[in-house]
Write a protein that binds this ligand. Structure first.
Ligand code: TEU
Length: 557
């Protein structure tokens, strides 16, 4: 008996999200920094992609220690980005084009320049004291906690003013909010309602797996190690996270036609299900890092690892819960460099192949700006070239422990977040049409040919292929809700799967290799319809298909 996969249809499952890093999308003022009016100028372009939702990284008032992820006013727009009137116009412009808007909500921490923190740090009996985590120095040094962006990777910072330590899982200017305090939670719900009333359609909850904490801060047990899985296991999914999410659902999410996605989902499939399964009444969508984390060193992952990971999540979420699909975002370098092939002869084919993958899997696809063009890493080499605090302080952290800074820089050359934050490539004019002035981060040298204007004119471009894939997904519910089945899991070079919904069946074949590959098939494909192909031809033999390097095809069977 096949389950009715269509019984739980939702607009946010059927959508395609386009993620915009506002600092890098389009500068309308000529100060080298992207802004909201820049996005407004490009609304018709966004519409032309066929995407149905836009997620903007934080646009709130911020001192920009971590590019907007350190918020000093949750109800104001960052001056560099524009005004609230610009925001309203942008939201309206999107809605007029039938595009929904997803707001980034950063509430694991605020900026240290937020009014709450200024008050909180001013005295031990200030009414905002318990908005953050403080550890009085007379109790001795608190137990170790990891910090992502601290120069010594230490999350407790001593503050002389009140002779106490405060907690910051990210930079020293990003103190963690105390979610165990009901007043803090109420503040957050009020902020979310403020934006929901304005008409936003979704919330992306930043670093949310870290919000709830055991405030006795016990020592970590033996086995704790500083690597990403360990950090998540020991700092993530604190004791009350589900209670708080149920509360948020009741207070905010259930009252509007919105969805919320959790960035980070704990350490297991079960953790992720517990956040988003329908009967939990918590969140709607899980955004896990397991696939993107497959490439977290200069040794890239194997195709087998990629298949296993995507398959594991697809199967686990077949009937319950809902996941996001992404290969890139603002915390990652470009997908072509990590999962595709940046060599000139393969770059475009592999970009098309990766877009075919993202847009034919089960889960809501998240497309990162520029990936519709196949933008690639800038390949920064020297420390001075970076702007990202994760690299600048990461370098200091390695240095302070006597580590190998050269291999750190080599790793950053492939993996740093700045690689994925270079300005959008609009045309071949100076600064790629992004800005009249020198951009805050250099434009990739390949912008003369990798740009929107150039690719609009080329019928074979990555851009046109992207639009075709988007249209195909939107026209075929089977690509959204259909059952996913991996084929020939041991095939060394081809990733093949089917998507099936009632009578509809699609076959996706992706050759992840620089050489031709043969995929054997028991049925004849002669009567199948070829829907997508990133080459002009495909060689179909009696019982097999021959695929060119990085060829990506979809058949309707
Ligand atoms: O990231 C949270 C997070 O845990 C990781 O993505 C981590 O910061 C990253 O991999 C380090 O390289 C979110 C945002 O996506 C990120 O941009 C912010 O810097 C961070 O929270 C702090 O707000």
């Amino acid at each position: 008996m096949t389950k009715n996969l269509l019984q739980n249809r939702k607009w946010w499952k059927e959508g395609i999200i386009y993620q915009i890093y506002p600092r890098s999308f389009k500068d309308s003022t000529g100060n080298g920094v992207g802004d909201l009016r820049g996005v407004i100028e490009k609304l018709d372009y966004i519409k032309s992609l066929g995407v149905t939702m836009v997620w903007l990284n934080p646009i709130y008032e911020s001192p920009n220690d971590d590019n907007g992820y350190d918020i000093s006013d949750y109800r104001a727009i960052m001056k560099e980005f524009g005004t609230m009137a610009d925001f309203d116009e942008l939201l309206n412009g999107l809605h007029k084009r039938n595009i929904k808007f997803v707001m980034d909500v950063v509430v694991n921490h605020s900026s240290d320049e937020h009014k709450w923190f200024k008050e909180s740090r001013s005295s031990r009996d200030n009414k905002y004291r318990d908005y953050y985590h403080w550890w009085p120095a007379e109790k001795g040094k608190p137990n170790y906690r990891w910090s992502f962006f601290d120069e010594k990777s230490e999350a407790w910072k001593y503050d002389e003013q009140t002779d106490a330590y405060y907690l910051h899982y990210f930079s020293q200017k990003q103190p963690d909010l105390n979610w165990e305090n009901p007043k803090v939670r109420q503040e957050v719900y009020d902020i979310m309602k403020f934006w929901a009333e304005k008409g936003v359609d979704g919330f992306r909850l930043d670093a949310f797996q870290f919000v709830s904490k055991d405030t006795s801060f016990p020592p970590f047990p033996e086995g704790y190690d500083i690597d990403v899985p360990s950090v998540i296991k020991y700092h993530g999914m604190g004791p009350n996270i589900h209670e708080y999410l149920k509360e948020m659902n009741q207070e905010v999410l259930s009252k509007y036609d919105v969805f919320a996605v959790s960035e980070g989902v704990g350490s297991s499939l079960q953790d992720a299900h517990d956040l988003v399964d329908e009967d939990r009444e918590e969140l709607q969508m899980a955004y896990h890092f397991e696939t993107s984390d497959l490439v977290s060193s200069v040794d890239k992952c194997t195709l087998t690892e990629l298949k296993e990971c995507l398959t594991k999540w697809a199967i686990s979420f077949e009937d319950k819960g809902w996941i996001s699909i992404h290969l890139a975002n603002h915390d990652l370098s470009r997908m072509v460099n990590r999962f595709g092939n940046e060599k000139p002869e393969f770059k475009d084919y592999s970009a098309k192949l990766l877009n075919t993958l993202i847009l034919s899997l089960k889960g809501t696809p998240y497309v990162y700006y520029g990936d519709e063009l196949g933008m690639t890493n800038n390949g920064f080499k020297k420390l001075e070239e970076y702007r990202d605090i994760a690299v600048i302080n990461g370098y200091k952290s390695v240095q302070s422990k006597g580590g190998d800074v050269e291999s750190f820089l080599k790793k950053m050359n492939l993996l740093s977040r700045d690689n994925g934050r270079t300005p959008m490539q609009w045309d071949a004019s100076d600064n790629s049409g992004f800005s009249r002035e020198k951009p805050w981060l250099p434009v990739n040298k390949n912008y003369k040919t990798v740009n929107v204007a150039y690719q609009e004119e080329d019928a074979n471009s990555v851009l046109h292929h992207f639009r075709n894939m988007v249209a195909l997904r939107k026209q075929n519910l089977v690509l959204i809700y259909g059952r996913y089945t991996l084929l020939q899991k041991n095939h060394k070079t081809v990733y093949a799967y089917t998507r099936v919904l009632e009578e509809e069946k699609m076959l996706v074949l992706l050759n992840f290799s620089e050489v031709k590959s043969t995929f054997k098939f028991s049925n004849s494909l002669e009567n199948s319809e070829l829907l997508i192909n990133n080459y002009h031809k495909v060689t179909i033999l009696k019982d097999s298909v021959e695929l060119q390097p990085y060829q990506a095809i979809i058949f309707k069977l």
